[in-house]
Design a protein around this ligand. Structure first.
Ligand code: GTQ
Ligand code: FE2
Length: 374
């Protein structure tokens, strides 16, 4: 017989409480037996494992854009971009997730920064991704050889396992945000990654106004008949600000005329969709743009799963659970699972909010719930 002297990772403590056994020496002895054999009873864990409703480990938190941008610019001066590190991307780390680069238990959100003339090398991974541009222009993202311009307000989805590289063709640095399902892939241990070419070819570093994807897929309500039915993610690689802005403005204009269309009074919202299905643009992420009319507010709402917001324009106040912040352009904040969220635009300015969340994961598993609060 061998004696294993490694301390057991299982630590059980007799506690008093409803449904808990009397803390006696016999119970202590039973718990040492459990620890020895790596066993954990349900009765000590049930409150954490099976709460009445989601109790997120993540907490509401806000990151100021001016701080992120200043640090990203500093990184631009001293951190090279290339093979190995792959991207000059700096992720939001939720203060309650142990210092990991996870904004929420499922979502990665990062600011990425490219200096003039720089290339981020080509690679592909199973994680789904998108870029959203709050300011600036001049970077082209090259997806499977298709060069796509990135400008303020553009949303650029990029489904898993597509080759992609980024190139800054401008004379100024450029920053944008990345959203990926990295934490979800990490916890579910489902990731694959492959490095591609060091530099994309000169032809792919073109600066064509419209990408192949937009020419084929970027026409409202029109599907090329040459395409083969439903695809799991959107083949359209850029959703341009002019279209998003017009859609939101039209909803509020309709409301002003007394016609339906807004989500709630003074609150217009659109969702980026996969034109082959009408469903979410990416299999794991729901991406939306919201506009709250000056002086108006959203309803208070909560849902299963987490979201990250970025203020695209305007100013106002947002409330997440117990936290309330005054927000301005570029600020990012997280809404953990089942925490009530609402937003109020300032009296003088509409508030535009970009939002991404993990709802498609829960909807696919029939585990999604949402409700109005109050
Ligand atoms: O631009 O390809 O923020 O692969 C994290 C992982 C960006 C990217 C991130 C990535 C990328
Ligand atoms: Fe990537």
């Amino acid at each position: 017989m061998t004696t294993d002297l490694t301390p057991s990772p299982v630590r059980l403590h007799a506690v008093a409480g409803r449904g808990q056994p009397e803390p006696t020496p016999a119970l202590e002895q039973l718990y040492r037996g459990f620890e020895q054999e790596l066993l954990v009873p349900l009765w000590t864990e049930i409150g954490d494992l099976m709460p009445r409703h989601p109790k997120s480990k993540a907490v509401p938190h806000l990151w100021r854009w001016e701080k992120l941008l200043a640090l990203a610019a500093q990184a631009g001066e001293i951190v090279p971009v290339g093979r190995g590190g792959e991207r000059r991307a700096i992720a939001l780390a939720n203060p309650a997730l142990g210092g990991r680069p996870f904004a929420t238990p499922t979502l990665w959100a990062a600011i990425q920064y490219l200096m003039p003339g720089e290339d981020a090398p080509e690679h592909r991974h199973t994680q789904h991704a998108f870029r959203f541009v709050v300011e600036g222009e001049g970077v082209w993202t090259v997806v499977n050889g298709d060069a796509v311009r990135m400008s303020r307000g553009d949303f650029l989805p990029q489904a898993g396992w597509n080759w992609h590289a980024h190139h800054n063709a401008a004379t100024e640095p450029m920053a944008w945000i990345d959203g990926l399902d990295i934490p979800f892939s990490y916890y579910t241990e489902s990731q694959f990654f492959e490095a591609g070419r060091e530099r994309v070819s000169p032809a792919e570093r073109s600066t064509a106004e419209r990408s192949y994807a937009e020419r084929l897929w970027g026409h409202p309500g029109l599907r090329p008949v040459s395409s083969k039915g439903a695809q799991p993610a959107s083949p359209l690689l850029a959703y341009r600000w002019a279209d998003t802005d017009r859609a939101l403005a039209d909803q509020l204009a309709l409301e002003a005329e007394g016609q339906p269309g807004t989500l709630s009074p003074g609150h217009a919202a659109v969702r980026f969709t996969n034109p082959t299905t009408g469903g979410d643009v990416l299999p794991t992420m729901r991406c939306e743009m919201h506009r709250v009319r000056a002086g108006a507010a959203t309803l208070v709402h909560r849902e299963v799963g987490s979201s990250v917001f970025q203020v695209f324009d305007g100013s106002g106040t947002v409330t997440v659970g117990e936290r309330t912040w005054q927000v301005a352009r570029g600020d990012l904040f997280v809404v953990p699972s089942w925490q009530p969220f609402s937003a109020q635009a300032s009296a003088s300015d509409a508030l535009d909010l970009f939002r991404f969340g993990d709802a498609p994961i829960f909807e696919a598993l029939h585990a999604h719930r949402a409700e109005a609060v109050g």
